[in-house]
Design a protein around this ligand. Structure first.
Ligand SMILES: NC(=O)c1ccc[n+]([C@@H]2O[C@H](COP(=O)([O-])OP(=O)(O)OC[C@H]3O[C@@H](n4cnc5c(N)ncnc54)[C@H](OP(=O)(O)O)[C@@H]3O)[C@@H](O)[C@H]2O)c1
Length: 424
């Protein structure tokens, strides 16, 4: 493993939003991470409130060596100073459309790598339009979607693409992912969703190619339409229904497909796996009707007002026990034009929105901080990237080492679990 410290910058990694619900978990993860200790990584907690940041640092064993950086999200000078002092910024301050734009702009200006856990596709579309060219010039890897949205999807598609090439020397024309999960909701996630609804961004969110680079919009759009109906799928031997996060994840995978050249005929879809038998068929049907109804009623202002009142507030989330008992499993199947199939899965224990998201985000930042020379595209690559195009196999390796199961037909056994960060 290479430590690529640049002496000019004060910190290797700054954790922005460190006093938030997920932010506190990222601090605990960093504090307990063996690579952070052995590489003598210089890291800091950042956010708008010094007292809150100091309280977080004091409450987490092993965080005492971390610095503190105070910077309000709309203070351009503070954002500039923060980005200038870091090689990598990891952000959990969301809704990102409200608190993320100045930070990304500053990272692009200073050639600072950036990762976050946004699922706000219209916001990222704006970042692509505004910053992609400059980030390429400055060698800044700007990589949103490094949480449960959308790393399991993006890496499933990447592993399927590679397995098909390695085993059959062909391209996948179709990749499907079926998710099973158990977990809770954070107030911050719901706030981000409500913000997108209030900004009237539903039409943008419905565009299957929202995040594709200019000129890479496939002609045959029909096969990319978001699934709305229940279906029985022989590849998974199960009933499937619409998956709530798929309108985020599929856009990210399609951007990866264009950036990494998965092929002109490439199609990607994902679903929620409901299981086998009559009960599963009924559940899939109920889910399909329920999803469509929820989307329709959430357009109504009074319904949103009520939903906000009932939902957890920003800063709140599931209990520690609830987060420990969660899990996710993403089974994937890739198919070539000649009918060859490859299979695999990605799975982990712990609440997907918190435990798995924290692991994926922190390991993404550590890819950039500790293994820059091994990343796809070499040291100079920059731009508005996806997890697969910006981190690729380095991230696959780090997640395996951190105990996540990422399996594909091409083999590569998992390595044993290494550590687990927790607040003290
Ligand atoms: N991809 C995924 O799977 C996934 C999973 C979970 C969450 N998320 C997303 O991650 C984000 C955070 O979630 P969360 O549950 O951690 O939310 P949260 O607890 O509400 O945290 C929000 C953070 O933003 C900070 N913030 C608010 N206003 C600010 C400002 N003006 N300047 C600087 N910082 C400001 C807050 O600082 P204070 O502490 O000072 O209030 C806090 O640190 C949300 O957008 C959510 O959708 C994504």
């Amino acid at each position: 493993m290479t430590q690529t410290s640049t002496p000019k910058k004060k910190y290797d990694v700054i954790l922005y939003g460190a006093s938030g619900f997920v932010g506190r978990q990222t601090v605990a993860y960093f504090a307990a991470h063996p690579d952070v200790q052995t590489s003598r990584l210089r890291w800091a907690l950042a956010g708008r409130s010094r007292p809150k940041l100091e309280a977080v640092r004091a409450s987490i064993s092993g965080a005492n060596k971390a610095g503190i950086v105070v910077a309000e999200a709309h203070d351009t000078a503070a954002m500039d100073a923060l980005a200038a002092s870091a090689r990598v910024v990891l952000s959990t301050a969301g809704p990102f459309a409200l608190y993320g734009s100045e930070l990304v702009a500053a990272c692009v200006r200073h050639g600072t790598h950036y990762v976050d856990i946004t699922g706000e596709t219209p916001w990222v579309k704006g970042l692509i339009d505004q910053h992609d060219v400059q980030a390429q010039k400055n060698g800044a890897r700007i990589i949103p979607f490094c949480g449960f949205d959308s790393i399991p999807s993006d890496l499933s598609a990447w592993l399927a693409h590679r397995a098909m090439r390695e085993q059959f020397d062909e391209e996948c024309v179709r990749v499907k992912v079926a998710f099973s999960l158990r977990g809770g909701f954070n107030g911050g996630t719901l706030a981000s969703m409500f913000n997108m609804l209030e900004q009237g961004q539903m039409a943008q969110m419905a565009d299957p190619f929202l995040l594709n680079p200019p000129g890479s919009r496939p002609a045959a759009g029909g096969m990319h339409a978001d699934p709305v109906a229940p279906r029985h799928d022989g590849d998974f031997s199960a009933w499937l229904g619409p998956f709530m996060m798929s309108t985020i994840n599929t856009r990210v995978v399609r951007r990866s497909a264009a950036l990494l050249g998965y092929g002109n005929d490439y199609g990607y879809q994902e679903y929620l796996r409901l299981g086998r038998g009559l009960a599963a068929a009924l559940a899939a049907t109920t889910l399909s009707v329920g999803s469509a109804t929820t989307q329709a009623v959430l357009r109504l202002r009074p319904v949103r007002w009520l939903a906000k009142k009932l939902a957890p507030a920003p800063g709140e989330g599931p209990s520690e026990a609830g987060m420990d008992s969660g899990s996710f499993r993403a089974r994937w199947v890739g198919e070539s034009a000649s009918g060859h199939k490859v299979r695999g899965e990605i799975a982990d224990q712990g609440d997907p929105s918190n435990r798995a998201t924290t692991k994926m985000l922190c390991e993404s930042a550590l890819c950039l901080a500790l293994q820059q020379d091994e990343l796809p595209g070499g040291r100079q690559l920059g731009g508005l990237l996806t997890p697969a195009s910006g981190l690729g196999d380095v991230l696959v390796g780090r997640l395996r080492a951190a105990g996540m199961m990422l399996k594909s037909d091409s083999g590569q056994p998992n390595q044993p679990k290494r550590h687990k960060g927790r607040e003290s």
